[in-house]
Ligand binder design. Structure first.
Ligand code: BYC
Length: 473
């Protein structure tokens, strides 16, 4: 069904035919806009931004580019087209028809999952709220705002599900999504990573590379759900998510390229000399990478989880790309899990269903590796031996059996004192953070870049890099 933009809430779910739902969403809409004004990107409300807006949900024609003022962005409800006769693809009810309504027995679990997913979307907008004040270029400023408006739309996606399928509880949860605050001591966002401040652009690129990639994997798991409206919503969200990871992937690549240029000009890899030249030395990039990767690994949940097993058994949440696996029931399968035993790494065989968070986490690491291989190719071509590395899944964890176990970035258990004496070599130190912060000054002249980042290889859509992506006048 085509997206109807004549409606107050653009949608492709025939909202007009359900007056009660339409009214509920129209009541929520001004609350969302107030939240956006208060906690969305600061200072740029009146500026034209070159944004894409969804015009249809098919793979070809869904993006339309043009200048929009952010508060006028057409947030709405877009579901991927239904798949005829879709059946459940995993778990105990494999092969039965998918659900168009929420089964009573899964209501509270599904609501909790949708709320957890929904909570991350406004959280990320809040985390990135001040970054527009220090963008390294107009191109980056525009990308930030593109990501922000789409996270806003992803919130709409979850709020639609809550309002349409969960009655009064759903309406209350929809309000709650606008009330929690990233980083608030009293009413924080649900998952820890979404309470971390993102006050510099290196963190922004790390977040969009690592944390948005968790989003990709979680959305892919929901895209398999037996609750068909959730699956369809997530399938469409995934098309938007790809751009967010692109921002992170190319952002880090551009920082690395600029560092290599400076290393080449100086004929040195001395971090102090590189910093004096205004670029970011590779060891500091590695520390930011260690921090954001390990924090994002926590988002997959505990490595053995009866919750994950139940989500799978009941058909609520599958594995990303479930069809690529041979066994969709996993009733008897086992998984060998690394555990911490007597101060060393041991192996425990657990039911595969219970290990599903870990299975997805390992797939995620493989996906992250591809980015590192690309960045390392730049370093290699520039003739340097340094290589960026993913930290081990055991490093610096706060969730799961490795939570609080001190290890090296390679995952070898060590004692706490050793960890503490190396902490500043492995994770951003106060002085690293102060240095990165000192680089954060806005560069708003079309085509110009901050001194610590290389220009992108091309512009947005078919526009040149020096296009006026945000009109500041
Ligand atoms: N922080 O059995 P477990 C995105 C809790 S990102 C705090 O492993 P489960 C985006 C857990 O709630 C994708 N608490 O839990 C990216 C549980 O609590 P209870 C977001 C945590 O359910 C960038 C207990 O620990 N989407 O879209 O298997 C920008 C036991 O854990 C954490 C989703 O997360 C944590 N990290 O797995 C914008 C999908 N981890 O029950 C957007 C929805 C676990 O003991 N969420 N706990 O009180 C889920 O599927 C699951 O809730 C989780 C956790 C995978 C997160």
């Amino acid at each position: 069904m085509a997206i109807d933009y004549t409606e107050r809430i653009p949608n492709n779910v025939d909202l007009a035919s359900s007056r009660t739902l339409q009214r509920a969403l129209e009541q929520w809409q001004p609350h969302f806009l107030n939240w956006w004004k208060e906690l969305g990107p600061t200072d740029f409300e009146a500026n034209d931004v070159y944004l894409r807006t969804a015009v249809s949900v098919d793979s070809k024609g869904w993006a339309n580019y043009g200048y929009v003022k952010m508060p006028d962005y057409r947030w709405g409800i877009f579901l991927a087209d239904p798949e005829e006769n879709r059946t459940i693809g995993f778990g105990d009810d494999f092969g039965k028809p998918v659900w168009q309504q929420v089964p009573g027995e899964h209501r509270s679990t599904l609501r909790r999952l949708i709320v957890t997913q929904g909570d991350t979307e406004p959280a990320s907008v809040e985390q990135q709220r001040l970054l527009g004040l220090t963008a390294p270029s107009l191109y980056d400023l525009r990308n930030l705002f593109q990501v922000n408006v789409e996270e806003g739309r992803h919130l709409w996606a979850m709020v639609y599900l809550l309002q349409a399928y969960f009655g009064r509880d759903g309406r209350e949860e929809a309000e709650g999504l606008l009330l929690r605050r990233s980083g608030s001591p009293d009413n924080p966002r649900i998952l820890a990573t979404f309470n971390e401040p993102i006050s510099d652009w290196l963190s922004m690129y790390m977040f969009t590379f690592f944390t948005d990639r968790d989003g990709k994997f979680q959305l892919k798991s929901f895209a398999e759900s037996s609750f068909d409206p959730l699956a369809r919503t997530c399938r469409f969200m995934l098309t938007e998510e790809a751009h967010h990871m692109f921002v992170g992937d190319t952002g880090i690549q551009r920082v690395v390229r600029r560092t290599l240029e400076v290393m080449n000009e100086l004929g040195s890899d001395d971090p102090d000399a590189i910093r004096r030249a205004g670029a970011i030395d590779l060891p500091t990039i590695q520390k930011y990478l260690n921090f954001w990767c390990s924090s994002s690994l926590d988002l997959f949940g505990a490595d053995t989880s009866s919750n994950a097993a139940a989500y799978f058994a009941n058909g609520l949440k599958g594995r990303p790309d479930e069809e690529k696996f041979a066994d969709h029931s996993l009733r008897d399968a086992m998984y060998d899990l690394d555990v911490f035993e007597n101060g060393a790494v041991g192996v425990q065989s657990v039911s595969y269903r219970n290990a599903l968070n870990e299975v997805t986490r390992q797939e995620y690491m493989k996906d992250c590796e591809k980015g590192l291989a690309r960045w390392n190719k730049w370093i290699d071509r520039a003739g340097h031996a340094f290589r960026l590395k993913l930290p081990h899944v055991r490093f610096n964890r706060s969730i799961g059996s490795w939570a609080g176990v001190p290890t090296t970035p390679d995952g070898q258990p060590i004692d706490q004192a050793q960890f503490e004496s190396n902490r500043d070599n492995w994770l951003p130190s106060a002085s690293d953070r102060a240095y990165i912060q000192s680089l954060m000054h806005p560069v708003y002249e079309p085509g110009k870049m901050a001194a610590w980042i290389a220009p992108p290889e091309k512009g947005i859509k078919d526009k040149p890099v020096d296009y006026e992506y945000v009109r500041l006048a």
